[in-house]
Design a protein around this ligand. Structure first.
Ligand code: CAA
Ligand code: FAD
Length: 384
């Protein structure tokens, strides 16, 4: 399903990225996917290959080890990988949008050479640490502190729900330095694994995206050198919000891929399965489900491509990203539920894949800002 009737002027390069991602998903991610989901096993080997293929730092300049591609190429790859393996795509999305993008946009030359280059080339992976046990949607209520000690920050606190929590080598940590200044007293720090006092906490046992590793991260008197601060003093919250604007395009593309993957499996199954003497596709109730799925997925795709295009054209994309994420994630949850229905009893067991996609879809309505928070962001933009 390629935006039928119009190719959105995708370039040869963008189409070849899409094809490479599709091939990679079928050949490298599909094998073993049920086992990885069952065992909550991190796809280390697959992620290493994604790095080699340039999927871990897609939008980063080649000067810093990246692929130098645009956001449209990134969403095309995210969609294809998410059709098969949303666990792999969240690992990819966090590294690309929440870690590499922010470092390239706001990091110093030294930070880029030291951290961005290995992250973008896939030698190491990164984590983005904003959420806390008591601060998710209400992200300005940071309890983690980064006390200014002159030439270093002393970090104390707990971050929750951190994607790539165990597998990452570098974490971007948001923490409060000056509470009186509220969100303008927050900093973003680059913290290396292995720094004394920085430990990995419990692994979450999740409903979906089970092969991604979600952990709490604990900080006890962790000394972070001043040169590891991103941007000026107090820039940390703006850094997080600005990074999340782009991250939401990545998650919108993930949701789109989950919906499209479930749709493609359902269309195929409907032409194979027979009931009452004919293909179930020939029952109008099933046709109508597929027609509605195709329509909503196409609408989600247009919103995702629009947000990506706006970002590539350096136009304001805050609202477009929130709309794409809100709509695509709702479509993903709805379409995967319909996909299970179309598969009947076979949809309820693991080997037909739609059961997993339905579980994977749910998180897209929660992380990088819940659906309610996207509505809040969209509404604020309406009157800005
Ligand atoms: N882009 C740029 N700046 C933004 C912004 C945006 N989208 N949203 C807010 N800001 C800025 C505001 O301009 C303001 O700065 P100034 O005062 O300097 O102008 C500052 O941030 C504070 O904004 P508000 O006063 O609006 O703050 P608020 O507390 O009322 O609400 C919020 C802010 C939009 C609800 C925000 O807290 C939010 O986005 N919450 C959701 C957090 C989130 O998305 N977490 C995701 C964690 S990462 C993750 O989930 C990864 C993963 O799963 C894979
Ligand atoms: P809450 O903020 O407590 O929200 C509870 C409910 O109240 C939600 O329905 C919410 O929409 C609603 N609500 C809250 N405030 C409002 C309001 N003002 N108006 C209307 N409704 C409201 N975070 C990171 O920093 N890095 C990561 O890598 C990361 N990865 C994650 C991976 C997974 C698998 C999960 C589950 C979470 C991850 N998160 C990550 C955290 C995620 O971003 C938060 O869970 C999310 O932002 C919601 O925060 P919360 O869980 O505290 O829910």
């Amino acid at each position: 399903l390629e935006l039928q009737g119009m190719n959105f002027n995708l370039s040869e390069e963008q189409l070849s990225v899409q094809e490479a991602a599709r091939d990679f998903a079928q050949n490298e991610l599909l094998p073993g996917i049920v086992e990885r989901d069952n065992e909550a096993k991190f796809p280390a080997e697959q992620v290493r290959k994604m790095g080699e293929l340039g999927f871990m730092g897609m939008m980063v300049s080649p000067e810093y080890g990246g692929s130098g591609m645009d956001t449209v190429s990134y969403v095309l790859a995210m969609e294809e990988i998410s059709k098969v393996d949303p666990s792999a795509s969240v690992i990819m999305s966090v590294n690309n949008s929440l870690v590499c993008w922010g470092l390239e946009a706001y990091g110093t030359e030294e930070q880029k050479h030291k951290y961005l280059t290995p992250l973008a080339s896939g030698q190491i992976i990164g984590a983005f640490c904003l959420s806390e046990p008591e601060a998710g949607s209400d992200a300005t209520s940071q309890a983690t502190t980064a006390e200014d000690k002159g030439d270093y920050y002393l970090v104390n606190g707990t971050k929750n729900w951190i994607t790539n929590g165990n597998s990452s080598s570098v974490a971007l940590v948001i923490a409060q330095t000056d509470r009186d200044k509220k969100h303008r007293g927050i900093n973003a720090l680059i913290v290396e694994k292995g720094t004394p006092g920085f430990t990995v906490g419990k692994k979450e046992d999740k409903m979906g995206i089970r092969a991604s590793d979600t952990h709490s991260l604990l900080f006890t008197d962790v000394k972070v050198p001043k040169e590891n601060r991103i941007g000026d003093d107090g820039f940390g919250f703006k850094f997080a919000m600005s990074t999340l604007n782009g991250g939401r395009i990545g998650i919108a593309a993930q949701a789109l891929g989950i919906a499209a993957g479930a749709y493609e499996l359902s269309l195929k199954y409907s032409q194979e399965r027979k009931a009452f003497g004919r293909q179930i596709f020939d029952h109008q109730a099933i046709q109508f489900k597929l027609a509605e799925m195709a329509t909503k997925i196409e609408a989600a795709r247009l919103l995702v491509y629009k947000a990506a295009r706006l970002k590539d054209e350096h136009k304001d994309y805050v609202q477009a990203a929130a709309m794409a994420k809100l709509f695509a994630s709702e479509v993903a949850m709805w379409a995967t539920t319909e996909a299970v229905q179309i598969h009947g009893g076979y949809g309820y067991v693991k080997e037909y894949h739609v059961e997993r996609l339905m579980r994977d879809a749910k998180i897209t309505q929660i992380y990088e800002g819940t659906s309610e928070i996207q509505k809040l962001v969209i509404a604020r933009e309406l009157i800005r």
